[in-house]
Every structure is written in structure tokens, then in C-alpha cells.
Design a protein around this ligand. Structure first.
Ligand SMILES: [Zn+2]
Length: 369
């Protein structure tokens, strides 16, 4: 563990297999009435590590004659790298489990959790048609469940101790913290903020050097941008403590950069449609944007591309044509950038006319990360 700010510690839980199981940060707001933010993985070695590290923080407090007790645990959202540690934390330390009401619905049971990522439904959300053989999707589903159970140590939670509404005020170690809803990456995502300190626990919404994964069925592009813009409006913002990676010490700049990046990506998808007479399927857009990249990259990119196509459709600048075999998207000719970005906000680096040249510059041959 590591004390990042006064009495705010991070405990890192190791990942495995790269993006399949990311390293995750668990934060401890340490003091006489402390709180753990995000619960991490639920497999035995992860839980043992967490207990050891929490114990070490307690020892450090006691050695200085300071009172120490951690009483509550709160998660940012119901993804499998954030919630499985809840049950072990309650069992081992008697922590009270507080979670957003919306997260509670997802992790109540295996049925609810897997129901939210059903394979056929996923195909529909991903805007493609596939003849999903019963056998094939059943096998896929089984493998996925096995994978999650073993690798993440899933524990479901039928009985949380306290459900949080969309906004709430918490007293943690005598300091006031606000919980507010910040959907986008996940529909149930919340953030935890100290107006006095200017510290924001932003979960997966603001990461320092990697792009937040976005994809159906739980993400929403417009909601994501709205959440980021709300963060820019916070009265004081000194540091963002993200769920993955190191602290973001230039939070406003980084948040603007993320908004800008989503805007640029949205333009690229529109341009990919515009470049094809017969329109393009979601997979064709992915192949156009990630030409020369491997299958894994393509797989990971499907989510945000599907979301972006839906967004363009909602803006009235793309239209779909459906046949039994596929769903194609067509650019509506003559759409202006303003028609396209709408809610996505003005690109940051681009005052006035600079917008066009910067956001369109990448069209040919630029490396897309
Ligand atoms: Zn997540």
C-alpha cells in the first residue's frame, strides 16, 4: 500500500492476462471511521493481500497512537473487477456494504449478472447479425461463466447493507464527501468527491493513460460525455484517483482530452461511413479504423464503435438499412460537424475554425490507438 494523499491509501491488486484481468486500485480513506472505495477481486489470494495491506495501514495508525477503524465499503460500479471483494470484506472485517441501488440490481445473483451480458443480446447491441448456433452460444456462455468465476473470484450479493440513491452525502472520518451518479462507462457508475480537498474518486471514467472501455449493453456515449462535463464543473478539482493506473494530477486537462478524443473518434466513424457508397456494417467500420491491427484490438473496439453508430443515428446523421443478414449504416450527406457532435461538446483544443482541420486531419494513415 501507499499513502497518496493525507490519510488516503491505495492498495493495488494484481491483474493477469493483460486487458482480461486488469490491475485494480482499492482506496482506503483511513481514520477512526474509514471507508474502502471499490472492493476488487474476490479470489482468495486477492482477498488475503487486501487484508494484509489493510492491517498494515492499521498498524501504522496505531504506532502513531491514532485511532483506526474501517467500517464501510462502497463500489464505483458493478463490473467484475470492482465488486467481488465485497462479500469477503464483510465476512472478514464486518464492513458494512454500501452500494448504489442500480449496482445492487446487477450483482444480486448470478442470473442477474450474466443476464446483463447475454450473448445474443450482445450481438443485437453490437449491431450485427449472426446465426448464433444454439450449441455455439451455449458453449460460449459456459466458458465465460467459468472464466469469470475462476479468474475474478465472483461472489454475488443478495443482501447489501445500505443502498445509496443517485446523490448522497457521506461523513467519512469527520470529512464531508459527496457521492454523485456518473453513468457512461456503466449505467450504475458513481463517483466520490471531496469539495474541500478537491479529490475525486472517478472509478473507470477518468484514467490517466488508457482509454476507458465503452460498449454495450451498459455504456452510453452521451451519458459518458455528460458525466465528464459535470466533473469539469466541480468547484475544486486537484486530483482524480482512478480505478486503474496512477493518480491524474492534471484532472481538468485530462478530462478535456478525453472529451476531445471521443469527439475525434465520432468524426472518424462518420467519415468511415461517408467514404463508402453502400454504407458499412459495424465490423467494417472497425476494420477500417483498425486496419493492420490484430483480432483482439478489433474485439475490444467493437463496443465503442457500436455506441458511436447509435449516437450518430440518434443525431440523425446516420441511417441504418437492415436485411436478414446484416445491419448497414449510411452517412446522411451534408451533415455539419455541429450536427454530428451535438451533446458531445466543443472540441477543446479547437477554438473557432481550427476544429475542422484538427479533427479531420487523422483521416488518412494516422495510427489509431
Ligand atoms: Zn468498469
Amino acid at each position: 500500500m501507499n499513502e497518496l494523499l493525507s490519510d488516503i491509501y491505495v492498495i493495488k491488486e494484481r491483474g493477469a492476462f493483460g486487458a482480461f484481468k486488469p490491475e485494480i486500485n482499492i482506496y482506503v480513506l483511513a481514520g477512526p471511521d474509514g471507508l474502502v472505495f471499490d472492493a476488487g477481486y474476490g479470489n482468495r489470494s486477492a482477498v488475503r493481500h487486501l487484508m494484509r495491506e489493510l492491517g498494515a495501514i492499521g498498524d501504522r495508525f496505531r504506532s502513531k497512537g491514532r485511532p483506526f477503524a474501517v467500517r464501510r465499503v462502497l463500489i464505483s460500479h458493478a463490473h467484475p473487477d470492482h465488486f467481488p471483494g465485497l462479500i469477503p470484506l464483510r465476512a472478514e472485517l464486518g464492513l458494512k456494504i454500501m452500494i448504489p441501488a442500480r449496482s445492487a440490481e446487477v450483482i444480486r445473483s448470478a442470473k442477474d449478472f450474466y443476464g446483463s451480458m447475454d450473448a445474443e443480446e450482445e450481438d443485437e447491441f453490437l449491431l450485427r447479425r449472426r446465426r448464433a448456433g444454439g450449441m455455439r452460444s451455449a458453449v460460449r456462455r459456459m466458458l465465460m461463466r467459468h472464466f469469470y468465476r475462476r479468474l475474478y473470484g465472483l461472489h454475488f450479493l443478495p443482501d447489501p447493507d445500505e443502498l445509496l440513491p443517485d446523490t448522497a452525502e457521506l461523513d467519512i472520518n469527520g470529512e464531508r464527501w459527496s457521492v454523485f451518479s456518473s453513468p457512461g462507462h456503466a449505467f450504475d457508475h458513481i463517483s466520490l468527491y471531496s469539495p474541500a480537498r478537491g479529490v475525486l474518486f472517478a472509478g473507470d471514467n477518468v484514467l490517466r493513460s488508457i482509454t476507458t472501455w465503452l460498449g454495450p449493453p451498459n455504456s452510453d456515449l452521451e451519458a459518458y460525455i455528460d458525466s465528464l462535463e459535470r466533473m469539469l464543473d466541480l468547484p475544486k478539482l486537484e486530483v482524480v484517483l482512478p480505478a486503474h493506473g496512477s493518480p491524474v494530477t492534471n484532472p481538468r486537462e485530462r478530462i478535456r482530452e478525453i472529451i476531445d478524443f471521443r469527439w475525434k473518434r465520432t468524426m472518424q466513424v462518420y467519415e468511415a461511413l461517408e467514404a463508402r457508397d453502400g454504407g458499412a456494417t459495424m465490423d467494417e467500420v472497425v476494420r477500417a479504423l483498425y486496419a493492420g491491427e490484430g483480432r483482439f484490438k478489433h474485439e475490444m473496439a467493437r463496443g465503442w464503435v457500436a455506441l458511436t453508430l447509435r449516437f450518430l443515428e440518434s443525431r440523425g446523421v446516420a441511417e441504418r438499412s437492415e436485411t436478414k443478414r446484416e445491419i448497414r449504416f449510411h452517412a446522411v450527406a451534408g451533415a455539419s460537424e455541429r450536427d454530428i457532435h451535438g451533446h458531445l461538446g466543443k472540441p477543446v483544443g479547437a477554438a473557432g475554425g481550427k476544429t475542422d482541420s484538427t479533427s479531420r486531419a487523422g483521416k488518412n494513415g494516422r495510427k489509431i490507438s
